[in-house]
Write a protein that binds this ligand. Structure first.
Ligand SMILES: NC(=O)c1ccc[n+]([C@@H]2O[C@H](COP(=O)([O-])OP(=O)(O)OC[C@H]3O[C@@H](n4cnc5c(N)ncnc54)[C@H](OP(=O)(O)O)[C@@H]3O)[C@@H](O)[C@H]2O)c1
Length: 270
């Protein structure tokens, strides 16, 4: 017998950005495991070969009930985002849930030493990438009855609520995501479209390796003496929010590991 969550997700098409790693990858598995009988997953990221492996892993674990369509997509490239929906086969275009997860931090430099390249990459991915994705998918939602139907799930960050030294640009991008989510929720108030923001604290993924330009030692030091969240913890929350009754909007969620109570309020075991 399927669970209430599975019943609510059945038949849906879900598009996840940044599905090749960390939270996005785990979210793909969590949706598939929660609703293994009738689901379509469009998995997008730049590393298509990883997405293709994930598709095989999902099929091996869960069979043919979950259909997976991997798509190479760089959200920081507006022309790629603009062309995305028309490039999908017809039967994949009726998207019901958009998980805007792709994002990154580059560096921990403080002003005036922040590289222009890092700044541009973070804004183009985390902010304009997310907004362009939303604008590409929203028309599909707005075509539906009652003014429109669908879920937009934005992965923000605790960094968008509380800025910290060395995070000026990353924190600013995530504060922008938060403002955009809040505005969009109000703009869509007369519809059945849910705008859901989930703001994680520390999660151990490839995030810190990317932030430190591949320096694994520096990335590991971020998690020394603490027990960060796992990508699965956030994936469970994403799927929880998407599988509530249609009238329930989990609008805004801040998720910390137990040792964390703020951007710099961390308890480390010595
Ligand atoms: N880890 C944390 O502590 C933490 C905390 C709060 C919020 N977050 C947020 O959670 C989200 C996921 O991060 P994560 O922790 O799971 O990190 P991750 O393991 O590094 O995953 C990031 C994902 O984003 C994708 N991505 C990056 N740039 C992209 C682009 N231009 N176009 C398309 N996809 C792109 C990557 O795929 P490709 O490289 O294959 O493109 C990858 O799949 C991000 O928005 C991040 O800001 C993370």
């Amino acid at each position: 017998m399927s669970s209430p969550a599975a019943k609510r997700l059945e038949g849906k098409t879900i598009l996840i950005t940044g599905a090749s790693s960390g939270i996005g990858r785990s979210t793909a598995f969590e949706f598939a495991r929660t609703c293994p009988n009738n689901l379509r997953l469009i998995l997008t990221a730049r590393r298509i070969e990883i997405l293709e492996k994930i598709a095989v892993e999902i099929h091996t674990e869960l069979g043919e009930g979950v259909k997976v369509f991997p798509v190479q997509l760089d959200v920081s490239k507006p022309d790629q985002v603009r062309g995305l929906v028309n490039a999908l086969p017809e039967e994949w275009r009726e998207i019901d849930i958009l998980v805007n997860n792709a994002g990154l931090a580059r560096g921990v430099s403080r002003a005036p030493n922040i590289s222009e390249d890092d700044m541009t990459t973070m804004f183009a991915t985390n902010v304009t990438g997310l907004i362009n994705m939303t604008q590409a998918i929203l028309p599909i939602f707005l075509e539906r009855p009652d003014g429109g139907r669908g879920d937009i799930i934005n992965i923000g960050s605790g960094a968008g609520r509380e800025a910290y030294p060395g995070g000026g640009v990353y924190c600013a991008t995530k504060a922008a995501v938060r403002s955009f989510s809040d505005s969009l929720r109000k703009e869509l108030i007369a519809t059945r479209i849910r705008v859901i923001e989930i703001d994680p604290g520390q999660v151990e993924t490839e995030f810190s390796v990317i932030r430190y330009y591949g320096d694994k030692n520096k990335a590991d030091a971020v998690y020394a003496g603490v027990q960060p969240l796992a990508a699965e913890d956030i994936a469970e929350i994403v799927v929880f929010t998407a599988s509530r009754r249609e009238n329930v909007v989990v609008a805004d969620t801040l998720v910390y590991p137990s040792h964390q109570a703020g951007a710099t309020a961390l308890h480390r075991k010595s």
